[in-house]
Design a protein around this ligand. Sequence first.
Ligand code: CP
Length: 310
Amino acid sequence: MSLKHWNKKHIISIRDFSRDEIDFVLKKSALMEDKLSSSKPVKLMKGRILANLFFEPSTRTRMSFETAMKRLGGKTVGFSVAETTSEAKGETITDTVRVVEGYADVIVLRHPAEGAARVASENIKIPLINGGDGANQHPTQTLLDLYTIQKEYKKIDGLSIAMVGDLKYGRTVHSLANALESYNVKLTFISPRELKMPKRMVNRLRDKNIEVKETTKLNIGNADVIYATRIQRERFPDLQEFERVKEAYVLDEIILNKLKDDAIIMHPLPRVSEISPEIDETRHARYFQQSRNGVPVRMALLCLVCGVDF
Ligand code: CP
């Protein structure tokens, strides 16, 4: 796949990616991880600037993009508290990114409004990467999730993947489910009735002949990957509803003997109470490794959209 194909490409939704494009990014991420582990510094983005525009809280996405850019020899600017920006004076997101285009070579945007990244990208010439837009999409999280699964199993096709928790508001599971449309996988969606995966997504998967089971029971005995998620308190219009479901599923030591021997537990993090700390040191836990994988994946993406060959 040519460098020209990626140069200045906005990364807005995983639905914009073909399977070939996803596989290409995963291959390039592995290459980047090799470079990262060698003793030679990787200075591919020397002289370039990344703008991190975070209108919603973040630890991993913001910091791993910052780490990625710095490991590539570039620099970062930006903000992580929207109240300190001119949005507080009524500036639109479109104007904000047009201004930032004059300061930086690439933008990462996180925003609470679904579709914000798409709208923001429409009038700028530098690449914009969606770092999460409301309950909609989180494409770079999906790429690092797939990278983690592929690294573990050396494949994605043929696996059985269970997504557990808030499948209604969780953007990471929406993005991941969209990406898995292109793979030959079996999916089990485990959620309280109120937090089911949106029907249109289930239908899209079934239309692509993906086997999908939906259940309220923690049926994870056949899963190769258990992808747990936090119940997204901040997206509930009614907090009483949140209180009812907030501890719907807890992965603790009791579930360990139900798992396949080589099953892995993933989580985009942050977790609240859905995975007990005693799971952390078991052979099943991959969530801290998963968050670390964000660095080479985001390094690879930054290079690709900035037209830097490696
Ligand atoms: N996984 C993820 O998006 O984490 P942050 O909200 O901390 O960026």
